[in-house]
Design a protein around this ligand. Sequence first.
Ligand code: GRF
Length: 190
Amino acid sequence: MSKNKVNIAVFISGRGSNLKALIINSKKKKFNFKVALVISNNKDAKGLRHAKNNKIPSLIFENFDSKLIVNKIFKILKKKRVMLICLAGFMKILNPYFLNRFKKKIINIHPSLLPKFKGLNTHQRVLKAKEKYTGCSVHFVSKKVDDGKIILKKKLKIKKKDTIKTLERKVLKLEHEAYSKAIEKVISNF
Ligand code: GRF
């Protein structure tokens, strides 16, 4: 069944709930991608267990700034026929050398309605700014952090009672739907 699916690699650093959602969705008929590889910069990333549980190969690379390592990663991506890299809670900034090797084929998910609230602690800043809406965005990765062309956004209305915790939970749920949809949108243009 997965024979004709497009292979993707998911890069993580921690919990990996987006990775988990991508793996689950990739098994559904309506989605045309397959998680062929998981890469982490952190050997203790909890999310690595989702790769293990689903028999998806995973690799750890701590240094993404060495050209030697980047070349090694791309050799593996080529071998695995990976067509798209999906960053999901990947806490490393990829250097231009890396980005240029895989131009327009690296995407990221961010827990805010970009271009608003780039960077960390988004929910805290969204609440402080008394925003009416928040959500998540999937975008192409460019040289600037959380910049790059937006592929898809999903939004929700903020309630008076919302806290950082409730927003994190609600936005994460949206992320889990949005990421697969965004991937479909990207690969439909391949
Ligand atoms: C998500 O909120 C994602 O948008 C951000 O980091 C978080 C990662 O969560 N970039 P998880 O590791 O996928 O659970």
